[in-house]
Design a protein around this ligand. Structure first.
Ligand code: AMP
Length: 976
């Protein structure tokens, strides 16, 4: 029996081969396309590989087969023709389609019968023709079939793809070695993938070939600009990932799809931005296409400070209804007016006032200059009134008021409102003081001053009253004189006698003003008067006494209580976990291998009757429906707490299958650190997946809620559990692809169990997943570089993710790489940067993380190594004592938001927020710590006195203060 008779079955698969070809694949070799002209070399020439020609549906099909199962020592080679490599393709994919026969189906098969074949490669700079030397070939892989063709059963065609590279020479040969199998090569395709030319976010990127993750710079499309060159990652799988840079349409253009188009007439865009063109504002002319701004209509203007988006406005007209009002206090009047009829609709309207002094007679006016004062000022008045002070009461003034706005400069003649006025007092002035000008034994010469100047044309008269001081007050007789000037000499007085005087002014109409106060003056005795100025001797003996009261405000800001330093972390003695582990006996089976997923679910999960499950409370939301806490009645175990995942009503068949695939996978596992499947409900309307209940929910949230409360020893114990679960999965050949703290559940004993199984659905469900161009999702910050670059998801990439989980656990649920963007994370990882040690992280644990993050995946520890290392650490708690160097500036502030000086924080609450300690905002405020200066002066005891007790919180705050003080060194994530 050999493969020559298989031909008829093969046509079924030809179509499949061609369907998988995508436009972004650059095919270097296609066995099927070459038809009979393959010209591959076989060795030995006869009795080894043979080309078999079969006519299928009128087309010729060639396959290479060999089936020497009954002979020992087989070494049959078939070598391709020289495959020219393109310089950019340093890594190529080889896709094989082949059929392998089961050795047991041959009666006479030798013991050496094989069920695999080997793939080899040999590089060369030129075609060596028929010079086929096996020694130049290096082995790429042993190719084993996933499905073997048994007996006379249906042919099982296997498809396997292997990556060959790095390649550096001009070309290469592939060779297939058979060592005694019954195998037929149906198709061999050699190709590499390119990221196709693309335009994304207004940036064009060229077709790119890469064998790893490559940052590709693009350029903005026509009429778009960007402050920095736009870039995007191209993966070796031909996928574009995580674009960065913001191309924006330049002024006058807006984005239409992935191009920038001119603003249509009547619209404009003044700057490069992602905004759209705007309709021209009020009082503008219709713009032309591509306008940056809409010009103003005639008579309307924009001020230089006006944005292009503002309407145009007309300059303001003259203020209205200007009036003047003399104020009671001397020399002041108030000008008031109303806004102009035309304000231009602007908010920046102000007024200015001009003053001119006009003297009587020939009407000549001169600017008042500095003689008068304006309150609040003569210009930039926002109110419609101003007070003018220091006016002369005998002068006429002309005041002009002008309205101003941002556009008044565009009008040469500015309309104003004017008024000519003088102070108009209704009362005569007040006599403010009476002076003695001269005295004799019988007369007193007096003069008096008025509260204001009197206009020249107005004449006041005065009433002066006096009496002897020593006269009996009850019968006082005043002598009254009416005078027409402000001085008088009173004669016929008695010598050496004191007289009391008071004066009032009378208006021209004779209306009296108020009296002055009384003044006393004395006539002289007969002797020549010696005027003695009794100058008041002011005793400047004000001994202010150089008593400078040095008020020593001994502000003892914080009383330091010396607290005994207790509460140091002690190694916990209690064994935290149970290391018992079930040895996996089998290999995980992909439920998608089953044509009918219902068969997979029947095989791997127990069907339970919905009546034994009671849902109690919603505890989470999955992609397919709510997750409930519930109780399941179990025959042997009584009431068991369970989690019930439901599938919401109206699901599609595909959703049903995806939903149940998680159960089909979970049902294959049995390990203490893998979430256990209790059963499924598939035969009733409401689908359910029932798993064991994990009281403490998702690990990331649990840690965040218990920040600083769990000992390092316990954290390492939790990690050990996760590692044990992952070891079990990798032993079963299951690659998780989405290991992260959010996908680990914690029970009441703090046991951690890996969850979230499934195929595509797991990542689709993950909010951390970033879409790739083909619609897949990758949780960038948890994923190993090779898995991002070329989808190389293996247990080694799960180890990388485990390293990130270690970091999450030791950092109490902190987000890996904080708020760095995915792009920044990829760049940092590519440049060999790694996350720094979390605070208080044992050095040995951090070293293990770094091992998990080795670029070369073959150098990373395997899960079995990780479990052993963690076990050793837990067995000697001393080993956890040395703490890894911790750089608070790195851990707390982000590389992307560098600059960590205290000035960055405007307030204490803002700083506390930045280190996620805002729960202490009130405590700081109550303790009077309200400025960053005070924060910087805080010592350990002060932090404790504020009320921070948890050691983790104490440290976080203390380290942050330390970091704020030390601003000299720059920020960086640790490079390895
Ligand atoms: P999932 O759809 O598996 O991501 O579940 C959504 C959320 O439901 C999780 O983040 C948990 O908070 C909760 N959850 C899921 N399974 C369990 C379980 N077995 N025990 C407790 N909570 C669970």
């Amino acid at each position: 029996m050999d493969f020559r008779c298989f031909g008829l079955f093969l046509f079924l698969f030809i179509q499949q081969v061609s369907l998988s070809r995508q436009s972004k694949e650059q095919v270097l070799l296609d066995m099927n396309a070459a038809g009979g002209e393959l010209g591959w070399l076989t060795s030995p020439y006869e009795d080894g590989w043979e080309i078999v020609q079969t006519v299928v549906n009128g087309s010729l099909l060639y396959t290479y087969s060999v089936c020497n199962v009954d002979a020992n020592d087989q070494d049959n080679w078939v070598r391709t023709t020289f495959i020219q490599r393109r310089p950019e393709a340093t890594r190529v994919s080889v896709e094989l389609q082949f059929v392998v026969r089961d050795c047991n189906s041959f009666d006479g098969a030798s013991l050496a019968c094989k069920e695999t074949l080997n793939l080899f490669v040999s590089e060369a700079d030129a075609d060596v023709g028929t010079n086929f030397r096996k020694g130049t070939f290096r082995k790429v892989a042993t190719i084993a079939p996933d499905e073997i063709t048994r007996g006379r059963g249906a042919l099982k065609v296997n498809t396997e793809t292997r990556t060959v590279g790095p390649l550096s020479q001009k070309g290469f040969y592939l060779a297939f070695q058979d060592m005694g199998a019954c195998v037929a090569l149906i198709s061999v395709r050699v190709f590499y993938k390119t990221c196709p030319t693309t335009v994304q976010s207004l940036a064009a990127f060229p077709e790119t070939v890469t064998d790893a993750l490559r940052l590709v710079e693009g350029s903005c499309v026509a009429h778009a600009v960007s402050p920095s060159a736009p870039s995007i990652y191209c993966t070796a799988d031909g996928e574009w990932l995580v674009p960065q840079g913001q191309c924006q349409c330049e002024a006058g253009y807006e984005a239409v799809g992935e191009a920038c188009e001119e603003c249509t007439p009547g619209s404009f865009k003044s700057t490069a931005s992602s905004e759209f063109c705007q309709i021209c504002p009020k009082n503008t002319k219709i713009s032309t296409a591509g306008a940056l701004v809409c010009p103003c209509r005639d008579g309307f203007y924009r001020s230089p400070a006006d944005p292009a988006t503002s309407a145009c406005s007309a300059p303001p007209g003259a203020p209205q209804d200007l009036s003047a009002n003399t104020l009671p206090s001397e020399g002041r009047l108030q000008l008031s007016w109303s806004p102009p009829l035309v304000t231009g609709g602007r908010a920046d309207l102000t007024y200015s006032v001009m003053c001119e002094r006009c003297s009587d007679g020939p009407k000549t006016c001169v600017p008042c200059g500095e003689k008068v004062r304006f309150e609040p000022g003569p210009t930039a008045l926002r109110d419609t009134s101003v007070v003018v002070a220091d006016l002369d009461s005998h002068l006429n003034y002309t005041f002009s008021v002008v309205a101003h706005s941002g556009v008044s400069r565009f009008r040469s003649q500015r309309p104003s409102a004017s008024i000519t006025t003088a102070l108009r007092y209704t009362d005569p002035p007040k006599v403010t003081s009476i002076h003695l000008d001269e005295n004799t034994p019988t007369s007193l010469s007096l003069s008096w001053a008025l509260s204001r100047k009197t206009p020249a044309h107005i004449t006041h008269s005065y009433e002066l009253m006096y009496r002897r001081k020593d006269e009996d007050r009850d019968v006082t007789m005043y002598t009254v004189l009416v005078l027409d000037k402000s001085s008088a000499t009173i004669s016929d007085l008695s010598p050496a006698t004191t007289y009391v005087f008071r004066v009032q002014a009378l208006s021209p109409e004779g209306t009296p003003g108020s009296y002055s106060t009384e003044y006393e003056f004395q006539t002289l005795t007969h002797a020549v008067p010696q005027i003695q100025n009794n100058s008041t001797v002011v005793m400047a003996a004000v001994v202010v006494g150089a008593l400078v009261l040095l008020i020593v405000v001994a502000v003892l800001l914080l009383h330091k209580r010396i607290l005994s330093s207790t509460g140091r972390r002690r190694g916990a003695e209690d064994p935290y976990f149970n290391s018992d582990q079930l040895k996996p006996l089998k290999t995980y089976v992909d439920p998608h291998m089953y044509e009918d997923p219902n068969i997979a679910i029947l095989k791997f999960a127990t069907e339970i009757h919905p009546s034994v499950v009671t849902k109690q409370k919603v505890i989470g939301a999955g992609e397919f429906g709510e997750v409930f806490r519930g109780v399941m009645k179990s025959p042997g175990r009584g009431d068991v707490a369970v989690a019930v995942k439901t599938l919401k009503a109206g699901y599609t068949e595909k959703q049903r299958q995806d939903f149940l695939s998680e159960a089909s996978i979970m049902g294959q596992f049995s390990h203490q650190n893998i979430i256990r499947l209790e059963g499924v409900v598939t035969k009733f309307k409401h689908m359910m997946i029932v798993t064991e209940y994990m009281e403490n929910g998702a690990l990331d949230i649990y840690l965040r809620d218990h920040d600083g409360e769990i000992l390092a020893f316990q954290l390492v114990g939790m990690l050990r559990g996760i590692a044990a679960g992952m070891k079990y999965l990798s032993d079963m050949n299951y690659v998780h692809r989405d290991l992260a703290a959010r996908n680990v559940l914690v029970n009441g004993n703090l046991e951690c169990k890996v969850s979230d199984f499934g195929l595509s659905r797991v990542l689709e469900d993950d909010p951390e997943g970033t879409y790739t161009t083909s619609g897949g999702k990758i949780p960038i910050r948890w994923t190993a570089p090779e898995a991002i670059a070329y989808r190389k998801f293996t247990s080694a990439s799960d180890v990388w993710s485990f390293g990130i989980v270690m970091w999450e656990v030791m950092a109490f649920g902190e987000r890996p790489y904080w708020d760095m963007s995915n792009h920044e994370v990829m760049k940092a990882i590519n440049e060999a940067f790694r996350l720094p040690a979390p605070m208080d992280c044992p050095s040995a644990v951090y070293q293990l993380m770094l091992q998990c993050w080795l670029h070369d995946r073959s150098k990373r520890p395997r899960f079995t190594d990780i479990v052993n290392i963690l076990d050793k650490l837990l067995q000697s708690p001393e080993s956890l004592k040395p703490i890894a160097d911790f750089d608070p500036r790195v851990s707390i502030r982000l590389p992307s938001t560098s600059g960590c000086d205290s000035a960055t924080f405007r307030s204490v609450p803002e700083w506390l927020e930045s280190i996620k300690m805002n729960q202490y905002s009130d405590s700081f405020a109550c303790a009077g710590i309200t400025t960053m200066e005070q924060v910087l002066a805080m010592r350990h005891e002060d932090i404790r006195n504020v009320g921070v007790r948890l050691p983790g919180h104490m440290k976080r705050i203390a380290y942050s203060i330390l970091g704020l003080k030390d601003q000299t060194s720059s920020l960086s994530v640790f490079a390895v």
